[in-house]
Design a protein around this ligand. Structure first.
Ligand code: PLP
Length: 294
């Protein structure tokens, strides 16, 4: 495996960073996850833009300009023999404040650490798209937007990891995080949608959730299809009584949800609107072909 580290590609065993890196010491950094369909990166510009927006929000200046990123990401795929007709790629970009003395002042870190990893994309088991997954509502709350904006894709993921631990302990696929007002936000690495009486619902951004790139794509598709959409404040009770529910993110695309807190959603199978949106999503990838689909 070849890793891009700061200014060059190095072998995995040589991809080492300092124990003084503020990413390690304080979780001070940002990241992005991107996937390819064959050799084409999906929504590449949107991901690069979000990376730069996240960095700007924390006053972190990324030393590589946006226009160089497509070439670097492409090289990361080629060097790791992924992102081609036989294997879709999963790319993880991490940019931290860099190494500096112990202390919170970012000025202690003269140069950020930049890492690009590329590996085979491992999509969820195809059977989950047929059965739907099980969720719980976690007791861990989503970070207060005033404490750490969910729009910043921060590497400090403890909030989400605590919710994921709860889900794992309950034998569920993932956990839904509520906000400070007991309203639904999102899951640990995906956005949440549900359908009631033919209307598509998703928690509004002001509830405190990441504006997922897949979420935006699904909202566009639903809009083009003239599906009624409600972005708002919803409680777990709204979800329990929904007819359908699904999750969205870059690697899963659209994942149906069958059960929430041991309650069956609708008839417990992927519903008609979920299926239509999934079909539209796959068609909307245009020239993007998923090489890992059966
Ligand atoms: N919400 C959270 C907390 C995430 O970490 C992610 C993806 O990593 C998403 C939502 C989905 O975002 P996207 O569709 O851009 O992958």
């Amino acid at each position: 495996m070849w890793i891009f580290l700061n200014d060059r590609f190095v072998k995995r065993e040589d991809a080492l960073i300092s124990v003084f890196d503020h990413g390690f010491l304080y979780g001070d950094g940002v990241y992005e996850t991107i996937r390819s369909y064959g050799d084409r990166l999906y929504m590449e510009q949107e991901h690069i833009l979000r990376l730069f927006r996240s960095a700007e929000s924390i006053g972190l200046s990324i030393p590589i300009p946006p226009e160089r990123w497509p070439e670097l990401l492409h090289e990361a795929m080629i060097r790791n023999d992924v992102g081609h007709a036989r294997q879709d790629a999963y790319l993880r970009i991490t940019v931290t404040r860099g190494a500096g003395d112990i202390g919170l002042d970012p000025a202690l870190c003269p140069s950020p650490t930049v890492v690009i990893m590329a590996k085979p994309l491992l999509p969820p088991n195809e059977s989950l798209y047929t059965t739907g997954v099980e969720l719980i509502v976690a007791s861990t709350r989503r970070n207060l937007p005033g404490a750490l904006s969910p729009q910043i894709k921060a590497i400090s993921f403890l909030n989400n990891i605590l919710a994921k631990r709860e889900a794992i302990a309950a034998g569920a696929f993932d956990g839904i995080l509520l906000n400070w007002e007991h309203h639904l936000t999102e899951c640990t690495t995906s956005n949440l949608f549900f359908v009631t009486d033919g209307r598509l619902h998703t928690p509004a951004l002001e509830c405190g959730l990441l504006e997922g790139i897949t979420r935006t794509a699904v909202l566009h598709l639903a809009n083009a299809r003239r599906l009624p959409i409600e972005e708002g404040r919803f409680t777990p009770a709204h979800l329990y009584h929904a007819d359908e529910c699904f999750l969205t993110n870059t690697t899963m695309e659209i994942m149906p949800v069958a059960v929430v807190d041991r309650r069956q959603i609708g008839d417990g199978k992927p519903g008609p609107i979920t299926r239509v949106l999934r079909k539209l999503f796959r068609a909307s990838r245009g020239g993007f072909q998923n090489t890992t689909e059966p």
